[in-house]
Structure formats: structure tokens, C-alpha cells
Ligand binder design. Sequence first.
Ligand SMILES: *[C@@H]1O[C@H](CO)[C@@H](O)[C@H](O)[C@H]1NC(C)=O
Ligand SMILES: *[C@@H]1O[C@H](CO)[C@@H](O)[C@H](O)[C@H]1NC(C)=O
Length: 440
Amino acid sequence: MKLFLALAATAFVVLPSVQAAKEVFAHVIVGNVRSLDNADWEDNIKLAQEAKIDAFVLNIAQGDDGNEASLQTIFKAAENLNFKVFFSFDYKAKGPWPKEAVLDHITRFGASSAYFKTDEDKLFMSTFEGPDNAADWVDIKTATNSFFVPDWSSRNPADAVGLADGVADGLFSFDAWPNGDTNITTQADIAFQNALGNKAYMMAVSPWFYTNLNNPDFTKNWLWRGDELWDTRWAQVMEIQPEFVEILTWNDYGESHYIGPVREKELGLFATSAPIPYVENMSHDGWRKFLPFYIEQYKTGTAPAEFEEKVAAYYRTAPALACPDGGTTGNNEDFGEVEEPPQNLMDDSVFYGALLTSDKGVTVTVKIGENEQTGTFTTVPANGAGTPGVYRGSVPFGGNNGDVVVTISRDGQVVATAEGGKPLGATCEFDIQNWNAVAV
Ligand SMILES: *[C@@H]1O[C@H](CO)[C@@H](O)[C@H](O)[C@H]1NC(C)=O
Ligand SMILES: *[C@@H]1O[C@H](CO)[C@@H](O)[C@H](O)[C@H]1NC(C)=O
């Protein structure tokens, strides 16, 4: 498990929880959206609604002078389209939120019909960090009738659940990426659930992680293994059955874990702070394809009776050793991990998933340029081969380059294709490796 600070043990109090319906949210970095207008937000919301996402979590940094205009635009678009949003107060990006500023935001925006509420009609509140300000929330909760699910991942779960006499109604864990060349496990999720007792657990699901930013405010340059992560994690959601799921993220381009569209005008950060434009033209749209299926399965406990069969694929756009690694480390010792060369954690492969009613009679072909490989399914749905769900596998780049097209056929008939992403290159486009992926 990843802890953002040192461990500390303390006693904790378990209060009766408010059981809410299962909900799926997506994390939005409001600091990235200054340039977006109403039409952009209506587009974002429609895409989220198509994916069956219930609400956007609005991460707001304290004192950011772009917040107010962005929030007005977002709430208006959400009201118009009958979508929901709620706040995650970021206590780390620009320092802790003063209690009065939190109260002011909740008072003004909590009255909107777009503000997300629990089944008990409480306003849903979250944070990014801020455990030292836990006591503020005793009054904030009372004054605003809120349901409070902070991310205090810098503390261990037992410590976090006990802060300010157990002020949290649940906890969000930001721990969404594996340590080393492994698949993520549910060990940390189970630790949270155990510490929480009958309080709510909000589980993080993320498709990728690569960041390479350098400016006066911060320097960060590492990756965590993203191969197989997205679909593995959704399978874990079905096992863990958390009260809430938060997708990390909709638009955090700087850490390459966006599942929303790449909008050129949101990429200003890269011009000033990144050695290469590692997000431009790197669509992640493919990571939304199976969400309606996954989300319905999570909410009902069984695979939907009817769904459209689809295929999705993701790959990096050059072999790992095609150019220097850019100083990017695999893992990060600030998280207590052993750093290793990034190519140890990332395979030069095209990963595909097929959402099928059954794999009976199904074949997979992966074309890279003129070369065609036949794929197999190495991972099948939890109920086994022949059952509805996502079937997965990968093929190596194998020295090929060009457009990537993954085709699923059944008894010779094409069922679905995934294509149209940036081509796989033989060499790097820039002087250092872009460790981001394309998802189609
Ligand atoms: C991850 O899990 C898949 C099965 O879902 C397996 O095929 C693969 O080998 C695992 N990868 C690693 C690095 O453990
Ligand atoms: C992105 O695509 C546009 C349009 O094809 C092109 O002009 C631009 O150079 C591309 N940028 C990168 C970084 O690939």
C-alpha cells in the first residue's frame, strides 16, 4: 500500500454509516479548465453521461483566482443537463483551505440543483489531503448538512478514520497504481474497508500514470505501471463492492490519467513546464468504452442483460528503448518504493480488451502497419470463458510500426474494431521517450 506520509497508529471510533446507493464519480482538476466555455462543459457532461458516470468531483485549489469563473460555468452546464457535481477541496496544491472559504463555497454552490447529494439528502464533500484541518469539518458538516468523504491517504486508514473524533463519514483512497512490475492488488482497499467498519469506502480507479513536469512550483518525473491496470482495477471494483468509486481522472493531463477528451486549449501547462508535449494527440477515449458495462455491473452485481459488443486497445507510441528515457523513473522513492528503469514496468505491447457476450468462435487480429498478428485472450471474465464480460490479451510490437487496428471477429464476421489512434512509430517523435499511451 502507498502511504503519502509516515504511518501513525491511533484509536478510532466507528459511527453508524449512511449507506448510499453505489455511485461512480470522475475527478476533474478545475485548475486545468480556465479556457473551457459552456459548450465544452456541455460536451464533457454528455460524454460522462454516455459513460454512465454519476457526477464530476471538482478538485479546487485554495485561492486559485480561476476557480470562480470555472465553477459558475460548470454548475450552469450541469444544471442545464441535469448532471451532478461536488467539491473536493485540495489542501495540498496551494495550501490548506481556511474554514470560512470552505463554508462560503458550500453555502453558495450547495444550493444548486446540480450539487450531488446522498440518498439522505446530504451534500457530498471530499478533499485531496488536509488531515491537519480535520477539526474544521466538525463545524462545516453541522453547518452545511454534509456527508464527508475526504482523501487523507497520507495517513494510514485507522488513523484517518479517527481524526477529529471520527469526523469523516467515509474515506477515499488515492492509491490507484501498482508498485513495481506487478498488477495492482486489493490489499490496500481491504485495509481501508477494515479500518472503516460500516463507514463508506470510496475506491480509486485509474488507467495510467506518467508525469514529467518541471517548473518553479514543482518537479516531477516518474511513472507507475499502467499495462493491464484499467480493466484489472474494474474487476477489483466488482470484488470490493465499495460504496463509491472515483475515477482518477477526467482531465489530469499532467499525470496522463485523463479519460476525458484532450482539448488543445487545456494543454498550456505543457508549453511552460514539460520537456515534450506528451498529451497532444494522445487520445484516451478508448478507456471510456466499457464504462457503461462496468458501472452497471458494479451497481447491480451482475453483467447487464444486453449490451453492445466492443473492442478497445491501448499502446505507447514508440518502443521503450527507441530513445532516452527522459530521466523518468519507474516508481517513486518518495512513496517508499524502489525506483527502477521505466522500461522494466512497461511492455512494448498493444493491449486489447473485448466486451463480448461470449468468446465462442471469436478471433482477434492486431494489425500494426502492414503486419498482422493473431491475438489470444489471456484473461477472461470472473465467471469464466463463454460468459459475458471483458476478455483481454496483448501482442508485442515485434519491431512493427504504423497504424494500429485491432479487430474482433466471430465465425468470420467482424464484430468490432478499435483504430484511429496516433500510429506506433519506429522511432521517437521527440528527443526523449513519451511514456503516455494512446487508448482507442
Ligand atoms: C497481470 O494479470 C494478468 C491476468 O489478469 C496476467 O496475465 C499478467 O501476467 C499479470 N502481470 C503481471 C506483471 O503480474
Ligand atoms: C497533433 O496533430 C496535429 C494535427 O494533425 C498536428 O498538426 C500536430 O503537429 C500534432 N502534434 C503532436 C505533438 O503530435
